[in-house]
Design a protein around this ligand. Structure first.
Ligand code: BTN
Length: 319
């Protein structure tokens, strides 16, 4: 089926006869595969009598050569799949199998993309970036402090470079344009965080997605913001360079060196928010983040500090 898709990716018309000849199958077998493509990968295909078949919009596939052409200096090998349950899950399996870090896992599609707090990450075929970078951390807990916030800075800057000037941060590690989410980050860790461990930096960026009925919150994508489709290889390369630079600064100087830059880009700095911790809601005003990336909230006039992967912020309706 993917071979057929690769023949169609240019967005031009191809006759059923030509597609069948290229694949060595009958015209009716081509027709069946096209129906599967539409249903399983959710890719609209135009069918015009006398002309043949055409993808509603052209596709560009992920390519390690194209990524390297845009970011030759990156020190990690890239594993690219057509379809996988989750790039984070695959990264964890590769760690378990002894694959040496750093390495990067990408996929055209995720069938069980994971989000924070047990949520699903909607991951349609060849539209977005599903990116899991694995690092080996030897410096103990200090090397992990604020790490997910630093990844947020790298993603935000890669989006700025891609023309999404309005991208900004929401604690702890969402990237929004206004109220709409454009990217999310999920860190997963194996090993001993106080000694030697591996951390998977899982990043999902909405790139060319224009419709997604299954997403249950306000969202946007690079294409919706800039008005044009983007080659995901270019974004993957740009993100890699940003991550390399931010991770290096974080390793050398810790989160404290990036704290001010993070606060400057926090969309909700000074705003009235509700911090959601399970069934509890804590109302307060955002003061900033501390040296470890924990949230500083003023609650009834008293400064309190919050951290933890299960926490989430909402803007208070009246702020
Ligand atoms: C969030 O809920 O905001 C975090 C979303 C993280 C999604 C990315 S996509 C690549 C990687 N693989 C996954 O299964 N999840 C992360």
């Amino acid at each position: 089926m993917l071979t057929l898709l690769k023949l169609l990716k240019d967005g031009r018309f191809h006759s059923g006869e030509a597609l069948g000849a290229a694949l060595g199958i009958s015209r009716s077998a081509v027709w069946k595969q096209l129906q599967h493509l539409e249903a399983e990968l959710n890719l609209p295909i135009h069918k015009v009598r006398g002309k043949g078949y055409q993808l509603a919009s052209p596709l560009t596939f992920l390519s390690s050569e194209k990524i390297a052409a845009n970011a030759a200096a990156l020190p990690w090998p890239v594993h690219i799949s057509d379809s996988i349950d989750s790039t984070n899950a695959e990264a964890l399996r590769l760690i378990e199998a002894g694959c040496a870090a750093p390495f990067l896992v990408l996929s055209e599609q995720q069938t069980a993309g994971r989000g924070r707090r047990g949520r699903k990450w909607v991951s349609p075929f060849a539209q977005n970036v599903y990116y899991s970078l694995v690092l080996r951390i030897e410096g103990g807990l200090r090397q992990l402090e604020g790490l997910s916030l630093v990844v947020g800075l790298a993603v935000m800057n890669a989006l700025h470079e891609s023309g999404v000037q309005g991208a900004a941060l929401k604690w702890p590690n969402d990237i929004l344009v206004g109220h709409k989410k454009i990217a999310g980050i999920l860190l997963e860790l194996v090993g001993d965080p106080a000694d030697i461990c591996h951390v998977v930096l899982g990043i999902g960026i909405n790139v060319n997605m224009q419709k997604a009925n299954e997403v249950d919150r306000q969202w946007t994508s690079v294409q919706l913001e800039t008005g044009s489709a983007m080659d995901r290889n270019q974004l993957v390369a740009g993100l890699g360079l940003q991550l390399q630079s931010y991770l290096d600064r974080h390793k050398r100087s810790g989160f404290v060196a990036l704290q001010e830059e993070w606060e400057k880009n926090h969309l909700w700095h000074g705003r009235e928010v509700s911090l959601i911790a399970g069934v509890n809601h804590i109302n307060g005003v955002v003061l900033g983040v501390d040296h470890q990336g924990a949230l500083r909230l003023s609650v009834d006039g008293v400064e309190k500090i919050y951290s933890g992967g299960e926490l989430s912020l909402r803007l208070r309706d009246d702020s």
